[in-house]
Design a protein around this ligand. Structure first.
Ligand code: PEP
Ligand code: MN
Length: 387
């Protein structure tokens, strides 16, 4: 094994150039067929010059603390996988023992939303509409609720595109305080009226912990936007709301931070969470954000929660919505959330990325063909919802 360098951390590699953390994951993955190694949560990397006594001391300490230690010997370095209680291991202060080079926690910091403890992928129901592994659930509608007419026409367009859920912002989290901030409760009333008219359950954003009860009294699903992904008070409040939550990934959040944010919601007793990849900020200015398409299968492998994609906020351009939609379905996304507007030119929010009437027909075709190709049926709103 060799030690290599990365600008931000020291990386250790095995003799065949695999980073140590992937060895650690390998140990965890092997659990499926091998209960002996189940639950490896810490890996101790011994220094190249560690002695057999150093190694034996580590193994003894772990065993005395009630844990199990599994020794794995490389040509020039030895690693020890620990099974047992993380807090007990922390108290051993193994990092400062002779012959120990590094101690790494490898279990994920998000337990409730993790797939490690819940292998089967979850289905979240939103006003009766399933979001999960066997279906493709499309959420569509205007970025912002502007008028009753605009919202109703957009909802009908959404339905024609194959949407089972209506999106629309009443409280808008705008980067500039001079931009359109939304209609507030009046917007929520419009959404409720349009739901009654079209039968589409409503997904809408909440930006303030103090508004959660109000928004939950109108909405079928609460959206926590990218700008609020680490608003922990808001995450806890939606966790107590009794409503399913759409959690967008922050534009500079790692997947681990995103799932840890979901854990805040889950910890308050709400496991009805749908994750949404909506693009991250990179060096590339040609698109509003860079759609991190890999995040979909990565999040699905780490978490049992459904993962959907927002091709509208990812690209920020109307001409990219269809190609990114195709990519999302092909990569295995569980759903989509798409901006639609009857007249994007006069939209008060995000008109550049909103689909118009002509685009919607093309979108409907792509969704129908590709969902079938991926073995998913298109989720539909339950007729019973219509009042
Ligand atoms: C939105 O969906 O309207 C929105 C503001 O999205 P994001 O939080 O992903 O920017
Ligand atoms: Mn928007």
């Amino acid at each position: 094994m060799n030690a290599g360098h990365h600008p931000r951390c020291v990386c250790l590699f095995t003799d065949d150039r695999r980073p140590i953390h992937s060895v650690a994951h390998f140990i965890v993955r092997k659990d499926d067929g091998n209960p002996r190694q189940e639950g490896v949560s810490v890996v101790v990397v011994m220094a190249p010059d560690a002695t057999e006594d150093d190694l034996a001391a580590v193994v003894d300490l772990v065993r005395v603390a009630g844990g199990s230690a599994f020794v794995s010997r490389g040509v020039s370095r030895t690693i020890v996988g620990l099974v047992g209680d993380l807090d007990d291991f922390a108290a051993l202060n193994l990092g400062s023992r002779p012959g120990v080079q590094r101690v790494m926690r490898i279990s994920v910091p998000f337990k409730l939303v993790s797939r490690e403890h819940h292998a089967q992928r979850s289905v979240v129901r939103v006003g009766g509409v399933p979001v999960g592994p066997d279906v493709l659930s499309v959420i569509a509608g205007p970025c912002a609720v502007e008028t009753p007419e605009q919202t109703l026409v957009a909802a009908r367009m959404a339905k024609a595109a194959g949407a089972a859920l209506l999106r629309g912002g009443a409280f808008k989290p705008r980067t500039s305080p001079y931009s359109y901030q939304g209609l507030g409760e009046a917007g929520l009333r419009i959404l409720a009226d349009v739901r009654a008219e079209t039968g589409l359950p409503v997904v809408t954003e909440v930006i303030d912990p103090g508004h959660v009860d109000l928004v939950a009294s109108y909405a079928d699903m609460l959206q926590v936007g990218a700008r609020n992904m680490q608003n922990f008070a808001l995450l806890q409040a939606v966790g107590e709301s009794g409503r399913p939550v759409l959690l967008k990934r922050g534009f500079s959040a790692t997947i681990e931070e995103w799932l840890s944010a979901a854990e805040y919601i889950a910890q308050r007793g709400n496991l009805d969470i749908v994750l949404c990849e909506r693009g991250i900020r990179t060096f590339e200015p040609a698109t509003r954000n860079t759609l991190d398409i890999s995040a979909v299968p990565v999040a699905q492998s780490l978490s049992h929660l459904p993962v959907i994609v927002d091709p509208s906020h990812s690209g920020g351009r109307r001409d990219l919505v269809l190609p990114l939609t195709r990519a999302a379905i092909a990569v295995g996304a569980d759903g989509l959330i798409i901006d639609i507007h009857p007249n994007p030119k006069v939209a008060l929010c995000d008109g550049d990325q909103a689909l118009n009437e002509a685009d919607v027909a093309e979108l409907a075709d792509a969704i129908a063909v590709l969902s079938a190709l991926m073995g998913r049926t298109l989720a539909v709103a339950e007729p019973a919802v219509v009042s």
